[in-house]
Design a protein around this ligand. Structure first.
Ligand SMILES: Cc1cc2nc3c(=O)[nH]c(=O)nc-3n(C[C@H](O)[C@H](O)[C@H](O)COP(=O)(O)O)c2cc1C
Length: 267
């Protein structure tokens, strides 16, 4: 039995499933119906394009049950002005309220990120969600330990260490929560895929009134400072590819300051 089958009673033989298959795994049978090639199963990346494009619902994919392939409501398309404002009004939030973000709401953001593109549809990311402020603070302290070590070689972290010693948190900004994303370290696309997924999480957060900020220092320390890596519990064959502090923003922004003009070469 093939991974992908075509219902001949509903298929219109328009060839769309075949055209959109990124792997070119379809052929046309003697009656003009698309057919999954013999041996194609092992090349299929389960992206679901064939299932998604067929207006008749005539394509079945064993790994992608039709009841889980929800219909797209084209009337819900996001108007460009709304999308533009969302993209332009996202800020790195560094001042958070103390009230926690409900786990169910964060679950929705992670869910939104599942639809991010990933190389060969591998979907490699793992989410580690640090939910308690005390644990976030403990991890920030470990980043400070790391900065103390590297400050002897790269003497530019003194002010961060000083702030920490004064009771401030210049690393994770007293955020109530932290999302850490990790993936297999030796997969060449882990870094790109993780960044895209976390960006999708970040934009969904804006839509839900949740503030985020990339945690660059923690990202660096997570791969360079074994005690932090251990505290996070990162599997031996994984690397940390992204981290975002998040929580409800204490302040609301009212303006979008200008950015650099895009550097473009049209050819
Ligand atoms: C990879 C990356 C790492 C970052 N690391 C930190 C960080 O450790 N601490 C911080 O306060 N902001 C961090 N930022 C936020 C940037 O400073 C911020 O995106 C930039 O100043 C633009 O401001 P905006 O995000 O509000 O538009 C990071 C951003 C990125 C993309």
């Amino acid at each position: 039995m093939s991974l992908v089958t075509i219902d001949h009673s509903t298929c219109r033989r328009d060839g769309m499933c075949s055209e959109v298959c990124p792997q070119g795994l379809f052929e046309v049978d003697g009656e003009g119906f698309p057919a999954f090639r013999a041996g194609a199963d092992r090349h299929c990346i389960a992206c679901g394009h064939c299932v998604a494009v067929c207006p008749q619902g005539a394509v079945s994919h064993e790994a992608l049950p039709m009841e889980d392939a929800h219909l797209i409501d084209h009337t819900l398309a996001v108007p460009m002005p709304a999308l533009n404002q969302l993209l332009r009004s996202r800020r790195s939030v560094r001042e958070f309220r103390e009230d926690p973000v409900p786990q169910a709401l964060v679950g929705e953001l992670i869910d939104a990120a599942r639809w991010a593109p990933s190389a060969v549809n591998r979907q490699p990311v793992h989410w580690l969600m640090i939910q308690t402020p005390a644990e976030v603070r403990r991890l920030a302290g470990q980043v400070i330990d790391y900065l103390r070590q590297i400050n002897t070689l790269e003497p530019r972290y003194a002010s961060f260490i000083e702030q920490w010693e004064q009771g401030k948190d210049p690393i994770l900004r007293n955020a109530p929560h932290l999302a850490v994303i990790h993936a297999q370290g030796d997969w060449i696309w882990s870094s790109v895929d993780s960044t895209i997924a976390l960006t999708q999480f970040e934009l969904a957060a804006v839509a839900q009134g949740i503030g985020t900020c990339w945690a660059g220092f923690l990202m660096r320390a997570a791969n360079g400072h074994p005690p932090l890596r251990e505290a996070l519990g990162i599997p031996a064959d994984h690397s940390v590819f992204g981290a975002l502090m998040y929580g409800f923003p204490r302040y609301r922004y009212h303006r979008v300051p200008p950015r650099l003009e895009a550097r473009i070469e049209w050819r």
